[in-house]
Structure formats: structure tokens, C-alpha cells
Design a binder for this molecule. Sequence first.
Ligand SMILES: [Mg+2]
Length: 392
Amino acid sequence: MDTQRVRQIIHVDMDAFYASVEQRDRPELRGKAVIVAGDPKARGVVSAASYEARKFGVHSAMPTAQALRRCPHAVLLPVRMERYAEVSHAIQSIFERYTPLVEPISLDEAFLDVTACTNLFGSAERIGRAVKGQIASQTQLTASVGVAPNKFLAKLASDLKKPDGFVVITEQNKQEILDPLGVGRIWGVGKVTETALHSRGIRTIADLRATPEVELRDLVGNGATELLRLARGEDDSEVEAARQAKSLSSEQTFATDVSDPVILLAVLLEQVEEVAQRLRRRRLKARTVTLKLRYGDFRTVTRSETLGEATNLTQVLWETAERVFRQWQQSASGALRLLGFGATGLESQEAGQATLFPDPQAEKLERLDRAMDAIRDRYGRRAVHRGNRPAE
Ligand SMILES: [Mg+2]
């Protein structure tokens, strides 16, 4: 890999996106505590909270009922996913004025690689300011923007002065910005790793950087090298434009290691549903299904199966994932700290469509997926699950 190349990456993160769209559309809600969430009676959760509501300790993924206890005067609104998607498209088209290398992370967040377009539009900082300004003038919404030589630092930068932030991290100032931050700010450092590091007195990124790699290996195994690279602000990962995505995946690190197959399968099913929906949104199909399994000692294995034909049907991906999981289970044991599901071998949905004999079973499953996608878009990802969801 060419490590000499200095990348110019911008990370754009809209501020309290769904809640801000609601406040913009309904001026009477401006300055008020607004919570966009699922129905508290149906065990709904918060999708977004305005900054006025966050002051009361309301945050996303919190049960709606709990959020309303913390902030009883908040205006509770249902999720209007179609509306947010519309605004997201408008923002996306602002990005595309500057670069085709846009990697959307969600409706309200994206990475832009502007390395190749600085000749045309000026420095990355200038492009970042222009993007932020155009978002404000065209959508009346604020974004927090980070500009940096890599994705890790760009994302960190956009978060440093939120909301309405604009932070530039350079090769020159990166260490001075990173050093005082807590180790939890590093990509991939979850609660478990953070606690392990704290137990050795490693609290800040400066502490981490000063720790010999051999000592870190005791704590995080092979992850030590990567952790130290991130602590030095080094990251080689590419901005993957939607069209060029090579894989889509979802993974979860557990607070405590999990060995119960019922729980693991429940988590896996959620991951399959999420990835399948992302494939369909991007009009992609996957040929290979991969499970990533990381044990408590950080040993990581992958298990894959390649299908005869690429698919984005949840049912087919799930059956394959479950089969791969059962096969792994027969040959291995041990509690997992991380489980992940990935779809690779991606091809355009249109590629294999010239089928002479439509498959009625596949058509039925496609209709089911479309219906489920529509419900989830409207009511949130946790609104519906397959009937064969394992018991929790
Ligand atoms: Mg955001």
C-alpha cells in the first residue's frame, strides 16, 4: 500500500438530524425539546433528540418511556423516514458537486475523499467549509464537519466541536489533539477494551502511545498493533463510494463474552436483516456470506459460504448464515466477545435479472422484504422481525 500518499478526507455529520428536520419543518418546535421516537406503548426507542432534550439526558436508542420520564415536557414525534431520506438526498447531491468518492454511513453521516479534487476546488479545508455552508443555506440545517488526512481522524474531528462544529486535524497537530483524549475515543475500543486498558492505568491516548506493544498484547492480543497505529493517528482505510462497496457488514461487541447460541443467533439475525436491507437500498446482491467470530482472548476466525447465485433476500442470507453458524458451533466452542455478519462478492442487482423463468418463491420473498423494508423505514429498524427469530 502506498503510505506516502497524503489523503484529504472530510467527515460530515448532521446535528441531531431527524429532530432538526422536524424543527425546521415546524418552526413552532424550534428551541423546544423534541424527541423523534417509536411509540412508548409499543416499547419504542428514541431515534433522535433535539439538543434541548439532550440536556435532560435523553439520547438515541433509549426507550421512549424512559426519555419521557427524563423530559416530560418534550414534544414526541413519530419517525418520518421518507422525509429524512429526502433531505439526505439533497445533502448527498451537495457532496457530489465536489467528489464522486462519497461513502454514506447513514442518512446523516458520510465520508468524502477529496484528495483528487483539491486542484479544482482548493484545499480540503476550503471544500469542507463550502460543503458546510451549502448544507446550511440549502437545507437550513447545521452539520459538524471534520477535515483530516484519514477517516479515523476526520470522524474524530467532526465530533470534537459538535454541534455546528468545524475542526481540521493535520499531520502537524494530530498528536496534540489526540493525546489528551480518552482511549474510548479510538475506533473499535468498546467498553470491554476500555475497561481493560483503564485497569492498567491507560486512560488517555498519550498513555496508550507510551505503552510498549508487548504489554498491550497481553490485553488485546493482535489488536495491539492497530491500536497503537490509531493512537498515532494513522489509518489507511479507504473511503468506499457506494458504487464501489466491496462488502457490507454489521458486527457487535458484547459487554461480557457470550456463549449462549440462542443469544448469538438472535444477534446474528438482526445483523442479517440490517445488512440485507442495506444491500437492497444500494441495489446490490451478495454472493458470499461471512461470519466473523472473536473469542474472549481476541482470537478471531471467519467462516464463509459462497452461494450458487448472488442474493439480497433476507431469508436466503439468514438460512446461509445460520448454517455457517451451526457448522462453526459443531467444530468449536468458547464464548464470543464479538460476532459479525458480512456480505461480500457484491454485484449490481440488475446484473442477473434477465431470467427467463421467474422463480415464484423468490418473488414472494422479494415482496416480503419490500414490505418489511417499508415498515422499518417508517417505524424504525426494530419495528418488525422475522417469525423465525430465535427466542430471547
Ligand atoms: Mg448525526
